[in-house]
Design a protein around this ligand. Structure first.
Ligand SMILES: Cc1cc2nc3c(=O)[nH]c(=O)nc-3n(C[C@H](O)[C@H](O)[C@H](O)COP(=O)(O)O)c2cc1C
Length: 169
């Protein structure tokens, strides 16, 4: 049983404690070890530590306010130049985002996935705000840091959603 998967919860309240660069890079390294179609590794990362850059994320949607109070926000980007064909990049970026969340837990920290892709207006707004080329698509934003909150594990095991050999309604 991988404990980390089962104790991970979204954390939206952070302490002001700074996060060392070494920790940030271990977290991003976990993202870089995600599976990707044809091993294209179609990701890039913008690490946001200054209030003015974190505020851009906080203002991107009504559900992103906590980004202003996190010491670090990782903005994951899909590099469409690395994409071979077919739009598989979204699945690679989702796996990468989940790996990041799990490594955040491993580091004793808390974080939350903020959705950007596929909301066109959010992607466009962030491309403009960070002067990104058309071929770099903001995919997810992950504010994280130390938190006073303890993860409260959720039991979501739902046997009725499992179907062997044939789908039963
Ligand atoms: C694609 C995606 C987009 C999300 N967007 C937001 C968001 O904008 N704001 C937020 O507070 N949480 C966001 N979440 C976190 C979910 O609300 C959260 O994962 C879900 O409620 C389950 O709770 P848990 O993460 O604590 O298990 C997002 C999660 C995913 C996977």
């Amino acid at each position: 049983m991988n404990e980390t998967i089962f104790i991970r919860r979204s954390i939206r309240k952070f302490l002001n404690t700074p996060i060392e660069r070494e920790v940030i890079e271990r977290i991003i390294s976990a993202g870089m070890h995600a599976p990707s179609a044809m091993n294209t590794q179609p990701w890039e990362f913008l690490v946001l530590t200054r209030p003015e850059t974190r505020n851009i994320i906080a203002e991107m949607s009504p559900y992103a306010k906590m980004a202003a109070n996190a010491p670090v926000v990782i903005l994951t980007l899909a590099n469409l130049d690395l994409e071979k064909d077919g739009g598989w990049y979204a699945q690679g970026l989702a796996a990468c985002s989940q790996n990041i969340l799990l490594q955040i837990v491993e580091e004793g920290l808390g974080g939350v996935w903020l959705g950007i892709y596929p909301v066109h207006s959010r992607m466009k707004k962030l491309q403009e705000a960070f002067s990104l080329p058309e071929t770099l698509l903001p995919f997810s934003a992950i504010p994280f840091g130390h938190s006073e909150r303890i993860n409260k594990p959720a039991n979501r095991f739902t046997p009725s959603k499992i179907h062997y050999d044939q789908y039963h309604q």
